[in-house]
Design a protein around this ligand. Structure first.
Ligand SMILES: *Cc1c(COP(=O)(O)O)cnc(C)c1O
Length: 390
């Protein structure tokens, strides 16, 4: 189990020449060889770099995997994994997965003959029914974005075993602290380290953690082949950020629970989506498969889309920005921002109302965040319960 000791000590002592406590940053593209074909462990930084190795070992430990490869962005990690598959292969993907994942598969990889269906993974029968002879993998994201619906990782694990499918989970929303997908038979875990793992919104990054050596070698090969590896500088940033992910994430989800509870009682708030509230339809599943509720909250305001916009444009401490998982709280309207590329019909079908607001809870004082939200919510013009804002 990951504890703060492991999180803080990962990578310490790797530098033996001078005893540098912090992992050195090896800003080099290439390495001097002792002889032709004889290196000191590294020959070229696309293929391998000691700073990157430290981050990779560290993230493998945090997730309980045997290997890890890190990439320039979360999407480059996802792209690297998906290049394992070939033309004619079919994959099943979580319907409301991250928009960039949807775009990559639907608008790009299908051009190369990859087949994909985006389905509702919350319904096990739907998953079974969607499996075809050429289905090779299940791509799961839980909780989903922005409505924080949960997918039963254990149930999907059984299906992946039964049909011999590669089981991949995007664990970005909960970090290795909030959820341990390898406990459920997952083969590969993907992270946008841009979010909780780095936690400071000062660089982008992605990671793929493998359950087996075979997968680790395959992902490493793809990373080198495609040139998607993370720069040593960014890897160093993510390694530094990751040392505090335990304390950050636990504090953030505690604050999120307080804020969600407060929002649920607010008369300008119609509905709150947060797996830590008993009103959440997947509350019991969250208790079972997650190590906590996470620190993302979605809520619908009373009124219409203009009211949601007024709320996000009137918080002061909570910054109006996309992304999540950092020390600074962020707020946005999915229908106008993170999910704007969906058609209005698709959004409505997915349950994403124009009145929906998404909040990433940071590390500010909870009381300050609540008072900021309270002032912003006072801008909602229609306090009476009204239409659903379609
Ligand atoms: C942000 C995000 C990604 C993409 O990561 P980038 O670092 O922005 O490329 C993938 N999956 C999820 C769940 C995300 O939140």
């Amino acid at each position: 189990m990951v504890n703060n000791t492991d999180i803080v000590h990962g990578g310490l002592g790797s530098e033996t020449q001078f005893g540098s406590l912090s992992t050195p940053l090896y800003l080099t593209s290439t390495f001097i060889l002792d002889a032709v074909g004889k290196d000191k462990g590294y020959d070229y930084s696309r293929t391998g770099n000691p700073t990157r190795t430290e981050l990779q070992n560290h993230l493998a430990t945090l997730e309980g995997g045997v290997a890890c490869s890190v990439h320039g962005t979360g999407i480059s990690s996802i792209c690297t994994v998906l290049h394992h598959f070939k033309a004619g292969d079919h994959i099943l993907v979580t319907q409301d997965c991250y928009g960039g994942t949807h775009r990559l598969i639907d608008q790009n990889l299908t051009q190369f003959g990859l087949e994909a269906d985006f389905i509702d993974f919350t319904d096990i029968e739907t998953v079974r029914a969607a499996i075809k002879d050429n289905t090779k993998a299940l791509w799961v994201e839980t909780p989903t974005n922005p409505l924080l619906k949960l997918i039963d990782l254990e149930a999907i694990g059984k299906i992946s075993k039964e049909f011999d499918l590669t089981y991949i989970v995007d664990n970005t929303f909960l970090s290795p602290i909030g959820q341990k997908p390898f406990e459920f038979g997952v083969d590969l875990i993907v992270h946008s380290t841009t979010k909780y793992i780095n936690g400071h919104c000062d660089c982008t990054g992605g990671a793929v953690i493998s359950r087996t050596e075979e997968w680790g070698e395959r992902i490493d090969w793809l990373t080198n082949c495609m040139g998607t590896a993370q720069s040593p500088f960014d890897a160093w940033q993510v390694l530094r950020g990751s040392k505090t992910v335990g304390v950050r994430f636990r504090a953030q989800q505690q604050a999120a629970l307080e804020i969600a509870t407060w929002l649920e009682a607010h008369d300008k708030v119609k509905r709150v989506f947060f797996p830590g509230l008993e009103s959440h339809p997947d509350y019991a599943l969250a208790q079972q498969q997650q190590k906590g509720p996470g620190a993302m909250i979605a809520f619908e305001v009373n009124g219409d889309g203009d009211d949601a916009r007024a709320v996000v444009e009137n918080t002061v401490l909570i910054k109006l920005a996309e992304s999540l998982g950092g020390v600074t709280s962020l707020i946005e309207v999915p229908a106008l921002q993170s999910h704007a590329s969906m058609t209005p019909e698709a959004r409505i079908a997915a349950g994403i109302e124009n009145t929906l607001v998404r909040l990433s809870v940071g590390l500010e004082e909870v009381d300050d965040l609540i008072s900021d939200l309270d002032k912003a919510l006072s801008k909602v013009k229609t306090p009476e319960l009204s239409t659903s804002g379609v």
